[in-house]
Design a protein around this ligand. Structure first.
Ligand SMILES: Nc1nc2c(ncn2[C@@H]2O[C@H](COP(=O)(O)OP(=O)(O)O)[C@@H](O)[C@H]2O)c(=O)[nH]1
Ligand SMILES: [Mg+2]
Length: 273
């Protein structure tokens, strides 16, 4: 069986660090986790890459091409499209030897690749055609979700990626080790709002009544459907890494013959008010 984690999220959120963390964690457990760099503008990562898009094409090459006349963003989109069109190269890249091929793809940060362009969707479909179980790992810097409005904004971004790519999905909250104790408490409260629900954590704001009402409604929908699953990841804590990887393996990829395989429960139907 073949498994693929597609690691996405804004620039600097910790995608490459996540890839390197789980590769090292895998090594310690005698498990091979291949990491492939798909960021054509990558400057630094410290995992051992079993493949690299820059061997095929890089943003600098594209930007230097006088016929194309592309800037950094257009150049990046061009590189991704070029990769998806070069199916033979891509197929060689993902055909690594081994009983279970488990590949983690470290992707670029440009959100438009995942929300409205079709190139990553095409990439996902190709992997599925090649019999990969695919999931999306959306990495989000936990510093940006320590208050309810930004937590909900993050959730909506995740949701739009989820709807566009249409594969199992988890959101990893990175850099937990850098949060202050009080911010950590807040994030924990959002992740586990208990019986009160996320919508009840939103304080009324008389200056922004309409805005608060809208946020509560969105939070209620998120509460009712349990659409987005956030996993905090503290890279300095092996238990936290194990929990995140186990969740992805079992709930998103159904990886591991000896594991008690579970599927994500479909959301309960919610009556319209
Ligand atoms: N302490 C800590 N630093 C992190 C973590 N994740 C990322 N970083 C740092 O944040 C910066 C950007 O991370 P990187 O993985 O390159 O982000 P990318 O652009 O999404 O690939 C680097 O300096 C990393 O060392 C984390 O979980 N904990
Ligand atoms: Mg990176």
């Amino acid at each position: 069986m073949k498994y693929a984690q597609i690691v996405i999220g804004p620039a600097g959120c910790g995608k490459s660090t996540y890839c390197s963390t789980i590769q090292k964690h895998g090594e310690a457990a005698n498990r091979t986790i291949e990491v492939v760099n798909l960021d054509p503008a990558a400057e630094y990562f410290d995992y051992s890459a079993s493949g690299d898009i820059r061997d095929l094409i890089s943003v600098d090459d594209v930007m230097e091409d006088e016929d194309l006349k592309l800037g950094p963003n257009g150049g990046l989109v061009f590189c991704m499209q070029y990769m998806v069109e070069n199916q033979e190269w891509l197929n060689d890249l993902v055909n690594c030897p081994g009983e279970d091929d488990y590949i983690v793809f470290d992707c670029p940060g440009q959100i438009e690749l995942y929300t409205h362009l079709t190139v990553m969707k095409d990439f996902v479909r190709l992997l599925q055609q090649w019999k990969f179980q695919v999931c999306i790992v959306y990495v989000m810097d936990s510093h940006f979700v320590v208050d309810i409005p930004s937590y909900i904004a993050g959730m909506l971004t995740t949701l739009s990626v989820m709807m566009n790519l249409d594969v199992p999905h988890v959101s990893i909250l990175s850099k937990i080790d850098l949060l202050s104790a009080s911010s950590r408490n807040k994030v924990e409260q959002f992740l586990d709002p208990s019986e009160r629900g996320l919508s009840e954590l939103i304080d009324p704001n008389p200056w922004m009544e309409k805005h608060t009402k809208l946020m509560k409604k969105i939070a209620k929908i998120v509460d009712d459907y349990g659409f987005v699953h956030f996993m905090p990841l503290n890279i300095t804590d092996e238990t936290s890494i194990t929990e995140a990887l186990t969740f992805i393996d079992i709930r998103c990829l159904q990886f591991g013959e000896d594991e008690d395989v579970k599927t994500i429960d479909p959301p309960d139907p919610v009556d319209d008010e």
